[in-house]
Design a protein around this ligand. Sequence first.
Ligand code: PEP
Ligand code: MN
Length: 457
Amino acid sequence: MIPLLELSAAHPVHTAWRGLPADQQPAWPDPAALDAAAATLSRSLPLVMPRECDTLKSRLAAVARGEAFLVQGGDCAEALDTVNATSISRTADTLQQLASVFGYMMSLPVVTVARMAGQYAKPRSRDTETRDGVELPAYRGDAVNGHPFTAADRAPDPHRLVRAYHTSAATLNLVRAYGAGEQSRPEHVLTALRQFTVASRACERHEALTEEIERVGGFTGTGDGWHTPGELFMSHEGLLLDYESALARVDAATGRAYATSGHLLWIGERTRRLDGAHVEFFSRIGNPVAVKIGPNTGVDDVLALIERLSPDGEPGRLTLVARMGAGKVREVLPDLVEKVTAEGLPVAWVCDPMHGNTVSAPSGHKTRRFDDVVDELVGFFEVLRGVGAHPGGVHLELTGDDVTECVGGGAGVDYSDLPRRYRSLCDPRLNRDQSLALAFRLAELLAVAPGAGGALR
Ligand code: PEP
Ligand code: MN
């Protein structure tokens, strides 16, 4: 059957959120220009199809049941002006390599999701930024304004929404081509892992695990036949409701609305208020969705979010992404997981070990320490296993490029190295070696004995 997607302006997916408190929306200086951009997007093609979103939902249902593991990662903020095919390819590669290590470590099939092809909008802690007495609007992501600190760049420009859409389409096009090509084959992934191991400072320690992953054939393509090598879904924070709503379509076959800007959308820590526009919009789309949960989230908030976003308990619909910080995860998370588990609610639990561990380097750069990231992940595994729940996955800010944004890890980036290749427009990412070092280190700390085929569950 040919899927038919309709744009029906009166559908509640487009209307119900309007008028509700919408945090973190730009102060667009020209409302008519915003309307024009939204109208252009409304007439544009969908980037993803409902059926693909449903496939991802079925994968995430397996994660929630404890039968699969999610590897999600990519840029904090994609950049319209510097987007390039090499970086996209390297990040997609890095995710496949991570999937291989985590798959072996967990002895589970892996669902791989990129923060890519739509990650162009950022929530900010302040509306403005002041430098040398000059105050300008804060940078809110390339879909809103430019990063350079000039009045012209920082003015929100709705035409950027249309550019973000087109660049997301082009990114998706490349990712789909890679997925169908050579580079997603298990042999390619294994060669890359071998190269990492040989070059790594901890070569001897990594050797045994690498050999085991080679022995089982890279661990992708397993999992009752459903994990296709190269399968990579796209995700971003669904922050800008004018953008998301303009790209929502109704699947004529089912009458269900979908966000067609990406397969999985998440609500950030700063926009998940229960009476807000984001929760309302998300409650009306059929995609798999996620919510970030920070250290101040109460049990009642989590239960209410589950009720709003997944009232029918549809398997795979809702993923909770805990981002507590290394110092808090062991203290705050157990109660939340225990209560949700006790209610029998079918959500997937995933750890974002990045956003609770951001620190300022002596140079002033925003950074994260590799050891803190590892520590939060270990804490997450301890907590989930301690209450008999499934540690369902990781959500990382990473890039396949050789950046110097986080400190520590295999590549030994130091505070003094940060200015050398600090490219992120927003938060610091793990580079490719740090990402792989993280997966190997975790496997080591959680005592996955080579040969045990992943002793973790
Ligand atoms: C992010 O994922 O880049 C982000 C802003 O996260 P959080 O909402 O968890 O702060
Ligand atoms: Mn971030």
